[in-house]
Ligand binder design. Structure first.
Ligand code: SAH
Length: 325
């Protein structure tokens, strides 16, 4: 599939106006790159408790502070009739904007992208096998499942939760183990609670792997919306519910398995509530933990009343599985 990228560079003071005009004209899917976001994150590392701060963010922040005050708004158009019409409309709109207001500076870079990449920030999103059985595929790709494979269909709407992140795939591997046949049949029906559900991927994987039902929670409205969409897309409406909430506040669900791909500090905070909701023998799968935080998280999990059964590692990331004593 070919895509065309239309990149608009605007001065900060005009950015919101231009975004509003584009939205108003029906262009409701745009990527906003604001270099000052990186400055904000870099300056408030403790506030964000951000495990993902890396050299790139720090470098971008330095560049942003050294003068660039331009925000990039990028629109993407498919290389088909509808896409070309959209592109023409967007270009006409930008031309008229520039004629009417001198302070709106913009530049368009149109690149014919002949690879199968949709958005650069989504990397190459192709059907991907995660763990032994789960395959995640975007809606536009056909995929013939081999025997035993379980396919989750998902269009990337947000970077996280496509299943391709190490922290997600480790959770899927742990779920496969826990739901993979060795489960004590007297425990059925199995309920899975997915804290920080993102796109709903782990709740969906759990149900496909044999859980009877799942509940996903997320603090982000957009995640709640996207996961509900994905659940419908996969025909799992009857078995998965999604709620908006902070960790497990106010949740009364009595799950058999809790999976939480968050980050170290949140896993530590969540552990006592997880222990309170799980019966003895219940499984607690946690991920999003950087290697340097592994010991602290293990201690918090053990202190809350769990025995650790496995630590998975992928690069700098750790996923810890534990069983309620
Ligand atoms: N479960 C998905 C997404 C993990 S990203 C996956 O494994 O791929 C972490 C998610 O946790 C994000 O969607 C974020 O919005 C959510 N989150 C962060 N803090 C939270 C909190 N305090 N309570 C509930 N969800 C939270």
């Amino acid at each position: 599939m070919r895509y065309t990228e239309l990149k608009i560079e605007v001065k900060r003071n005009a950015s919101e106006t231009v975004q509003a005009i584009l939205l108003d004209a029906g262009f409701d899917s745009m990527q906003i790159d604001d270099p000052m976001d990186a400055v904000d994150i870099a300056e408030h590392q403790d506030l964000y408790k951000y495990d993902y701060i890396n050299e790139e963010i720090t470098r971008t922040a330095e560049e942003a502070e050294s003068g660039s005050d331009t925000i990039a708004i990028t629109l993407y158009f498919a290389d088909d009739e509808e896409g070309r019409r959209g592109l023409n409309e967007a270009e006409a709109l930008l031309k008229s904007l520039k004629a009417g207001a001198d302070d709106i500076a913009y530049k368009t870079t149109i690149t014919g992208d002949d690879s199968e990449w949709l958005y650069k920030w989504q990397e190459h999103f192709k059907p991907a096998k995660i763990g032994e059985r789960i395959v995640v595929k975007p809606g536009w790709e056909d995929y013939e499942a081999a025997e035993g494979e379980l396919v989750v269909e998902m269009d990337p709407g947000m970077a996280f939760g496509s299943g391709l992140h190490e922290t997600t795939s480790m959770c899927i591997k742990a779920l496969e183990k826990d739901l993979g046949g060795s489960y004590d049949p007297s425990r059925y029906p199995i309920k899975v609670l997915d804290v920080g559900t993102g796109t709903g991927i782990l709740a969906m994987a759990a149900v496909l792997l044999g859980a009877d039902e799942a509940l996903g929670i997320d603090i982000d409205d957009e995640a709640v919306r996207v996961s509900n969409e994905n659940i419908v897309k996969n025909g799992l409406e009857g078995r998965i519910s999604i709620m908006h909430g902070n960790l497990m506040d106010g949740v009364d669900y009595e799950p058999d398995i809790i999976v939480a791909n968050l980050m170290a500090d949140l896993v530590i905070m969540l552990s006592p509530a997880a222990a309170a909701q799980l019966k003895p023998g219940g499984v607690y799968i946690t991920s999003g933990i950087l290697d340097i935080k592994e010991d602290a998280v293990k201690k918090a999990i053990e202190d809350a009343g769990f025995d650790i059964i496995e630590v998975l590692a992928d690069g700098e990331w750790r996923a810890i599985s534990a069983v309620r004593r």
